[in-house]
Design a protein around this ligand. Structure first.
Ligand code: ADP
Length: 284
């Protein structure tokens, strides 16, 4: 009986994976080569005459959005954050909004079906504009999402950003967005003393310019209770995704040494991109 139930669940999973694959033309038409496991991390810019197809993984608060967005500007590829797609859907007050609001405000994950649908529409919109390549931020977050993505296109590189646990909660709680221009800031400065073999770490706050200062808002899911739930769910559901890519030789682990001024040049170095960006390093 138990075996049957397990087999039925596995069959459902298989069907669900198949139906995701056919749910959008992007998902159907994309280059399909799930067996293409890279033996080396392909860090160079153009892989097989197309733009990079990279993924950023990491816990809430680690700074995926910040670094993925900077790299997308540098490499001229779209930065696609599934969290932003979810927030756009919420503010559109469309048919999904009510359902998503409850899930997001509890710190839970949106269903694989919904998130894949939102992402595939976004990828189609990019292709329609003639854009190629992407840096995905916040996707995949479950093994099923990773398997689906692998079924439709080849990911060149997965950057796993890591930050000391003490800093993650404070960074989420310090996050602010300007309600007018959408600029992202962080009012938390992190100052961790050296102890038990761990070096000291300092991350300066990223303060807004005066014209944004009075218009700052926080995300409704950046409360202490919800962030703790998101961190727990990341460890349960998303850490296995790190292993998924590690076993395919695609995972680049990157420990953030501090704030943007310390981390950005080191990240570029790790990606063999340090020649690309004198301007952005200076501005960091
Ligand atoms: P975080 O700071 O937790 O990385 P995000 O902005 O990436 O936050 O995502 C916000 C919320 O959107 C998540 O807590 C989750 O509810 C939903 N979400 C985003 N991406 C995914 C995904 N790939 N799968 C399921 N839910 C997602």
């Amino acid at each position: 009986m138990a075996v049957l139930r397990l087999r039925a669940a596995a069959e459902l999973d298989r069907l669900a994976v198949r139906s995701f694959r056919s749910s959008s033309s992007w998902w159907r038409n994309s280059e399909t080569d799930p067996k293409a496991a890279a033996s080396q991390l392909p860090l160079q810019r153009d892989v097989k005459d197309r733009n990079v197809q990279w993924v950023f993984l990491g816990c809430p608060g680690v700074g995926k959005g910040t670094y993925a967005s900077r790299l997308s500007t540098l490499l001229g590829v779209p930065h696609i954050a599934t969290g932003d797609l979810v927030r756009d859907e919420l503010s559109s007050k469309g048919p999904l909004a009510h359902q998503l609001e409850e899930v997001v405000n509890q710190g839970r994950l949106v269903s694989d079906e919904i998130i894949i649908d939102l992402l595939s529409k976004r990828l189609e919109a990019s292709s329609a504009k003639g854009l190629t390549g992407f840096i995905l931020d916040g996707f995949p977050r479950t093994i099923r999402q990773a398997e689906n993505l692998e079924g439709v296109t080849e990911i060149d590189l997965v950057v796993n950003l890591k930050l000391r646990e003490e800093a993650l909660l404070a960074k989420c709680l310090g996050r602010r967005v300007c309600s007018e221009c959408g600029g992202n800031y962080n009012v938390a400065s992190i100052d961790i003393k050296a102890e038990e073999g761990n070096p000291a770490m300092y991350m300066a706050a990223l303060l807004p310019p005066p014209h944004c200062a009075s218009k700052l808002i926080s995300r409704s899911d950046d409360t202490e209770e919800v962030v703790k739930t998101r961190l727990r769910i990341y460890n349960e559901m998303s850490q296995p995704v790190e292993e998924f890519y590690r076993s395919r030789g695609k995972l680049l682990e990157f420990d953030l040494p501090g704030g943007i001024p310390e981390s950005w040049p080191k990240l570029l170095q790790a990606l063999n991109l340090e020649d690309h960006d004198d301007k952005q390093s200076a501005a960091a």
